[in-house]
Design a protein around this ligand. Structure first.
Ligand SMILES: [Zn+2]
Length: 359
């Protein structure tokens, strides 16, 4: 019943969500989920400490600041129940003290025993979010205004909990993750939209390949997309009127596989350089974007959804680039060869038949 009235409220408040005003630029948000995931270790997955160097949040902030950018860091404070308050508190303070946008990320597992926020009812979700905000505020003095659910596991109850607590922005909607509840409850879009009084900033998604009506969707993640794809997506978003691109990454994006991935780090640097020089773009934080939205001065791209398309060629190039990362990609990389062989065989067979006079 509760989801019934929430849906009603949603339909009511969703009317008129096309933004008015026409700011000139597409704003690009670099959003970093800060966590040491499942069985992790904050030293490795938050700070990225390897061989005396740091490849985690410090490195990410360094690379942003080198271009006068600021990022938005969604920190999950619930890991305090597992590792003690020290590690996550230090991370939250480092982010906030350097002027980056500290916000709330929810992996409630260590503190509440559920892996997905959407497993909890509205009352419980409100309690979880409230507790997380309280911890971040106690550690830094900063009261979060934005939220992203771990694994995008939000639902309409999450938005209601956000509204009640003053979390005016949510960034959990991930249309390329169709198994998450919110993606099932809200029509897929790359446009920011107001849902039940909360500004929803979807994680930008794109179509990597399409055959007939079938489309293969992918999120814009620094680890999951190549530089060529990222540049193409951002340019398409700008040219087709999207007011924002929400780029996703993790505190451990440069060290995900237990070693330093210099290629991912380089890709991030190259993307930052591209964003710094490409016209019509501006790198901002979630808080900055919220202010622009409130002022009514966001880029107005009309009402039809915009989904960048990268296509088979860029997908193929990614598979080649990632060839050492798994058999699936190896298969994709070898696909042209496996398609070519039967074609060559077919041509050979036909020539042979012609030569033998079968016609
Ligand atoms: Zn997460």
């Amino acid at each position: 019943m509760r989801s019934g009235w929430l849906t009603m409220a949603l339909l009511v408040t969703a009317v008129g969500l096309t933004p008015v005003g026409a700011g000139a630029v597409t704003q690009v948000l670099i959003t970093v989920d800060v966590e040491s995931y499942a069985n992790g270790n904050p030293e490795r997955q938050v700070w990225g400490r390897f061989a005396g160097e740091e490849y985690g949040i410090t490195r990410i902030m360094d690379l942003l600041e080198a271009r006068d950018f600021k990022g938005t860091f969604f920190v999950t404070p619930y890991e305090a129940a597992k590792h003690g308050e020290g590690a996550m508190a230090a991370a939250a303070r480092a982010i906030h003290s350097r002027g980056h946008d500290l916000q709330l990320h929810t992996h409630p597992g260590p503190m509440y025993g559920i892996s997905n926020l959407s497993q909890a009812d509205l009352t419980r979700q409100t309690e979880i979010l409230s507790q997380g905000m309280e911890m971040l505020e106690r550690w830094t003095g900063k009261r979060a205004i934005a939220h992203r659910a771990g694994a995008y596991a939000a639902d309409l109850n999450t938005l209601e909990a956000c509204r009640r607590l003053g979390l005016v922005v949510d960034a959990s909607l991930s249309p390329a993750a169709p198994n998450t509840k919110l993606a099932q409850q809200v029509a897929p879009t790359n446009f920011p939209l107001e849902l039940n009084g909360v500004l929803e900033l979807p994680v930008t998604y794109y179509v990597q390949a399409a055959v007939g009506g079938w489309r293969s969707l992918r999120i814009v993640d620094i680890e999951a997309s190549t530089l060529k794809e990222l540049r193409s997506i951002v340019r398409q978003a700008r040219d087709q009127g999207l007011p924002m691109v929400n780029v996703m990454m993790h505190s451990f994006s440069f060290v995900r596989y237990g070693r330093v991935s210099h290629d991912v780090e380089q890709r991030f640097e190259d993307l930052m350089d591209f964003l710094a020089h490409e016209p019509g773009l501006e790198v901002v934080t979630v808080t900055d974007f919220y202010r622009t939205w409130q002022s009514g001065n966001v880029k107005n791209g009309g009402s039809a959804n915009v989904v960048p398309y990268t296509g088979w060629w860029l997908t193929y190039l990614r598979a080649v680039e990632d060839i050492d990362k798994g058999n699936k990609n190896l298969f994709v990389a070898l696909l042209p060869a496996t398609l070519l062989l039967p074609m060559i065989a077919g041509v050979w067979w036909r020539r042979r038949r012609l030569r033998l006079g079968y016609g």
